[in-house]
Design a protein around this ligand. Structure first.
Ligand code: UDP
Length: 253
């Protein structure tokens, strides 16, 4: 059988050419990185959990009419997605102060924000993904004014959906990052949520205890990352309630 063509390999995922034109296969690796890849580890089972969780969030968004690149999950580690032109911005939505926001503005972690705040970071590893303003984005042509308005609206809809879904299982959505891509349909272009939505790209705190259930567990050495992600998956009903800890070999396909 011919080997399929690798299109791109990032820190946590690999993209392969898909079975149809306009599609890719997205493969989730077990690699965990933080601080611009200065910290690296392999967390057995993480890719399987993120594939499942991203499927859960993206298919939920599709179902309520928020367009995403997600088509279907293929197996434990792979999903079929639509090929998009990624806008070189990370779109962060914050409900509660944490991480770089707390540091930059001197606001304690856990302080609720008066309203959700949307920020843009320019995707450039060499520069450490700097925070940029709409002025920068427009001046350098990374996106137009209409795109910016649409990206903010899309990000806020994602925030409402994720906040509600997580609140229902006792988890507080502190903040998250999404990437957005363009899909061309003839002369028309639309923006869709791309990349992944998983505990790697969100801050998730248990509502009662404040326990971290996201990548901060890895960034700050707070415990076992796979345990935390398994907990999120289990609460959302993405894993069978009875599966063994870490959801490793017992994960259902
Ligand atoms: N985030 C991400 N990828 C990045 C940077 C941030 O997924 O390259 C997510 C991060 O997990 C958090 C949110 O975006 O949910 C805001 O991150 P922050 O700016 O506070 O940066 P950090 O403190 O993680 O460096």
């Amino acid at each position: 059988m011919a080997r399929r063509k690798k299109v791109y390999e990032g820190k946590g995922k690999v993209l392969y050419e898909g079975p149809e034109p306009g599609t890719f296969v997205q493969y989730f690796k077990d690699d965990a990185t933080a601080f611009n890849a200065e910290k690296h580890d392999v967390i057995e089972g993480k890719g399987v959990l993120n594939n499942r969780l991203s499927e859960f969030f993206m298919s939920g968004l599709n179902a309520i009419g928020v367009p995403t690149h997600f088509i279907k999950r293929i197996n434990m580690r792979e999903q079929l997605i639509r090929q998009v032109e990624i806008i070189p911005l990370e779109v962060v939505v914050r409900n509660v102060a944490a991480g770089s926001f707390s540091k930059r503005l001197g606001i304690d972690e856990g302080e609720p924000l008066p309203r959700p705040i949307v920020e843009f970071y320019y995707k450039d590893d060499a520069l450490g993904d700097p925070l940029v303003t709409e002025e920068h984005i427009l001046a350098f042509g990374w996106a137009g004014q209409q795109d910016l308005d649409d990206m903010v609206a899309l990000a806020l809809r994602v925030n409402d959906f994720l906040s509600g879904a997580l609140l229902g299982v006792g988890i507080r959505l502190i903040d998250f990052k999404i990437e957005i891509g363009r899909i061309w349909e003839g002369d028309y272009m639309r923006l869709v949520v791309a990349d992944e939505i998983s505990p790697d790209s969100c801050r998730l705190w248990d509502i009662k205890t404040g326990k971290r259930l996201d990548k901060d567990v890895f960034r700050r050495d707070l415990g076992d990352l796979a345990d935390a992600y398994t907990e999120v998956a289990r609460r959302l009903g993405v894993l069978p309630q009875t599966s063994a800890p870490l959801g490793k070999p017992t994960l259902i396909n």
